[in-house]
Design a protein around this ligand. Structure first.
Ligand SMILES: *[C@@H]1O[C@H](CO)[C@@H](O)[C@H](O)[C@H]1NC(C)=O
Ligand SMILES: *[C@@H]1O[C@H](CO)[C@@H](O)[C@H](O)[C@H]1NC(C)=O
Ligand SMILES: *[C@@H]1O[C@H](CO)[C@@H](O)[C@H](O)[C@H]1NC(C)=O
Ligand SMILES: *[C@@H]1O[C@H](CO)[C@@H](O)[C@H](O)[C@H]1NC(C)=O
Ligand SMILES: *[C@@H]1O[C@H](CO)[C@@H](O)[C@H](O)[C@H]1NC(C)=O
Ligand SMILES: *[C@@H]1O[C@H](CO)[C@@H](O)[C@H](O)[C@H]1NC(C)=O
Ligand SMILES: *[C@@H]1O[C@H](CO)[C@@H](O)[C@H](O)[C@H]1NC(C)=O
Ligand SMILES: *[C@@H]1O[C@H](CO)[C@@H](O)[C@H](O)[C@H]1NC(C)=O
Length: 665
């Protein structure tokens, strides 16, 4: 290990300017943030006309169920893996799906101008789960076209979307610099990518994304999605009304053959992903036309996309918008264990099939509701519990990866939203509740890639208090316990008592002397801004640079002399219980474990960064770097520049209080 030096702004800065610009989103002072409503459906919400991503609507939490779930119960656990347990899962189980058309807002302006908050947000997940998977695509991938260059050095350009026509996808023009941007992100944080091959016209295929993608990103590409929700092509008049599963499977074959015939695409085996159905066709319909055997050599994974509801009538309904779904009415449908179970159930025979052909099974795109989600639902603490339970349910159901969709400013459901472009120099990012779910899922599975999960059906399978057990590398390692009930009186908090092995299980008693617990908490399922994970938070709208702030709080629970442990779960709340003292069972992210990160090759300096600081340092120290740089006139408009051959980028990029410098090599 190299010596640690505190890195203050000027020490971090190179002697000369660089072409690498890392964009900083810290507020520069005197900023007013969006008003936070205190009451349900406040006046501010009723008159709110701004972007959906910042909508202040707060709904009314559902009442305590009648009958209320038992507030005290016992759960026997086996120390060894139990029948019915899932396939091995990774900490990257939950990743992100970023709509192609918003990448310049979310990821960076170009390959040399990355969004620091995005890097921080990915780093938080990578630290906890080992790696992150991000898909760049969506409807806008279908019309995307690679150009050698665009006017004004832009890397992407799009047509204005016709808001009256949900079926019209804006045409997207982009340059190879988009792929260099992804490569440069992966050089900083362990991110792997899903990309999509456009399918709007299979007689004039545009394979640029695969040609440039493989050349620039290589094995950072998990796979190329071929066809995005093809079961909606006919509905949206992109194909004839008769278009069916066999037609799609044939077109998949057309793309496959064209890629194989393209000398600029060296590898097609094990690289393609499909069928990415959205629920219009049943999965069995596509399996029935031999999709898997016909394309098995090329397949990297099988995929689906699904949203459990939609807000399309509100967004595109015109005169019919009055028939739109009422958010308050659907809110409870997200707030119990059946929400995720119902979705997962549709795919159980498909995930079993995937195992027989050794293919991963990916939920390519999902979120609370399509057409932007619902105000007060998609951006509430309830959505965080929903996403967390849903993700764990998909994992239990043998999906291997699920990607939460990130739209633009116009949606309610984003895990994170950059500030509106014209405010980006003085406002910060807004971190949505479901981002916390991604952190919690990453910690639930950890970094071994050998975690298996089982739904415990605990508390008499009560739908408001689900729980899961996680076996890591064959040993019972963690418990994930939910309480969906909101009850400010405290009467609905529950105590789960458990024992491991011993008793009538025929195993030696394995209850530990003590366990560690981290909580995901908020006062109510309707809460938007007061969410904490282990006592830390990203704050309210416009308040985050992607680093979690506050002091990490991990509870230690001492188990009892009768070899049982009592875990309390507040109403509402989620508890992640760390049971075993095994290497893979890591709960704190304030420790000094480090990993080396080389920002650029052929560097004069090699920078090593302690990523735990990313997760835990409070924002102020980082802000000091930026402000110091600014006051020295070394950045403008919040941008800080570096030499391309230096690796100092990270220092500002992550805004950490302390980094480690290596010597010149
Ligand atoms: C990236 O964007 C920044 C800001 O617009 C610009 O200064 C820089 O020249 C761009 N880099 C490239 C390689 O185009
Ligand atoms: C497919 O998309 C390209 C690029 O946006 C466009 O030029 C072309 O007209 C589209 N083809 C069809 C058949 O829609
Ligand atoms: C970053 O992007 C630039 C293109 O602008 C490229 O020259 C450079 O090699 C990239 N760095 C990495 C680490 O990919
Ligand atoms: C409104 O609903 C009716 C009946 O469902 C439908 O025929 C009509 O096309 C809808 N109008 C709009 C603007 O969506
Ligand atoms: C997941 O796969 C495992 C291993 O094949 C199997 O035993 C289990 O039943 C599957 N889970 C579900 C919910 O289908
Ligand atoms: C930002 O742009 C929007 C729409 O273009 C405009 O309504 C708003 O006033 C602008 N805000 C600022 C601070 O310039
Ligand atoms: C787990 O998988 C990820 C992504 O595939 C990989 O980067 C990482 O090295 C793996 N970790 C272990 C411990 O094998
Ligand atoms: C909830 O969040 C708001 C806005 O960030 C803040 O003003 C308030 O103090 C918080 N309340 C609690 C109880 O933490």
């Amino acid at each position: 290990m190299r010596p640690i030096h505190l890195c203050y702004a000027l020490q971090c800065l190179p002697v000369a300017w660089s072409s690498v610009t890392i964009y900083n989103q810290r507020p520069l002072g005197g900023v007013t943030t969006a008003a936070a409503p205190s009451a349900a459906v406040s006046g501010a919400a009723a008159t709110y006309t701004g972007a959906a991503a910042y909508d202040p609507t707060v709904l009314v939490a559902p009442p305590v169920p009648n009958p209320a779930p038992p507030a005290q119960f016992f759960q026997q656990l086996s120390s060894a893996p139990v029948p019915g347990i899932s396939v091995p899962q990774s900490g990257h189980f939950y990743g992100f799906s970023v709509e192609f058309s918003v990448i310049t807002q979310v990821l960076g302006l170009n390959s040399t101008h990355l969004q620091v908050p995005f890097l921080n947000l990915m780093s938080n997940v990578a630290k906890r789960g080992g790696s992150v998977r991000v898909r760049v695509g969506g409807n806008t991938q279908e019309t995307a076209t690679l150009f050698p260059s665009l006017a004004n050095k832009k890397i992407m350009q799009k047509q204005a979307q016709n808001t009256n026509n949900p079926t019209q996808t804006p045409e997207l023009l982009y340059t190879a610099d988009v792929l260099y941007m992804l490569a440069n992100i992966s050089a900083l944080v362990n991110v792997d990518w899903y990309l999509g091959v456009p399918m709007n016209d299979t007689t004039h295929l545009r394979l640029g994304i695969a040609e440039a993608g493989e050349a620039i990103l290589g094995n950072r590409i998990v796979g190329f999605q071929v066809g995005n929700e093809p079961d909606q092509y006919a509905l949206h008049q992109h194909r004839p009304a008769t278009y069916g599963p066999a037609d799609f499977s044939n077109e998949f074959g057309t793309v496959d053959a064209a890629l194989r015939a393209d000398s600029k695409v060296p590898v097609v085996d094990g690289k393609l992903i499909g069928p990415s159905l959205s629920g219009q066709w049943q999965p069995q319909q596509i399996w029935d036309v031999d999709f898997i055997p016909n394309h098995q050599k090329s397949l990297a994974a099988l995929s689906m996309s699904f949203y459990p509801n939609n807000n399309c009538a509100k967004v595109f309904g015109g005169a019919n918008a009055t028939n739109a779904v009422d958010p308050q009415t659907v809110f409870p449908s997200y707030l119990d264990h059946t929400a995720g179970q119902k979705i997962a159930a549709t795919y159980l025979s498909s995930t079993a099939l995937a195992q027989t052909v050794n293919l991963p099974f990916v939920m390519m795109e999902t979120n609370t509701a399509s057409c932007g989600g619902f105000p007060g639902v998609s951006n509430s603490f309830g959505s965080a519990l929903w996403a967390l339970d849903y993700g764990l349910q998909l994992a239990y159901s043998n999906f291997t990866n699920a990607l939460l969709h990130v739209g633009g400013q116009g949606v309610y459901y984003n895990p994170f939203t950059p500030p509106p472009t014209n405010q980006s120099t003085f406002r910060s990012w807004s971190i949505g509740p479901i981002y916390y779910s991604v952190l919690a899922v990453a910690e639930t599975f950890g970094t071994s890639n050998k975690s298996q999960i089982i739904d415990l059906q605990m508390n008499g399978n009560n739908i408001f208090t689900p729980g899961y057990a996680i076996y890591d590398s064959g040993t019972l390692a963690r418990l994930a316990l939910f309480n969906y009930v909101t009850d400010p009186t405290g009467a609905s908090a529950y105590t789960a008592s458990f024992a491991i092995g011993g008793g009538d299980t025929g195993q030696p008693n394995g209850t530990p002397a003590q366990v560690k617990v981290k909580y995901l908490l908020a006062p109510s399922v309707s809460t938007k801004d007061n969410i904490t994970w282990a006592g830390q938070t990203f704050g309210a709208a416009f308040q985050s640079d992607g680093r979690i702030t506050g002091t990490e709080q991990i509870q230690t629970v001492t188990c009892k002399s009768d070899n049982t442990c009592d875990i309390k779960v507040p109403a509402p709340g989620f508890a992640l219980v760390f049971l075993a003292d095994v290497a893979a069972d890591k709960e704190s992210y304030t420790d000094v474990q480090t990993f080396p990160t080389t920002a650029l090759t052929k560097t004069r300096n090699t920078l090593t960064i302690n990523p735990s600081l990313l997760a835990t340092s409070n924002g102020q120290a980082g802000a000091n770097f930026i402000e110091a740089g600014t006051s020295q006139g070394q950045s403008k408009s919040g941008a800080v520049r570096f030499l391309p051959h230096l690796t100092v980028v990270l220092c500002i990029a992550f805004g950490v209080a302390s980094v480690m410098w290596g010597t010149q090599t």
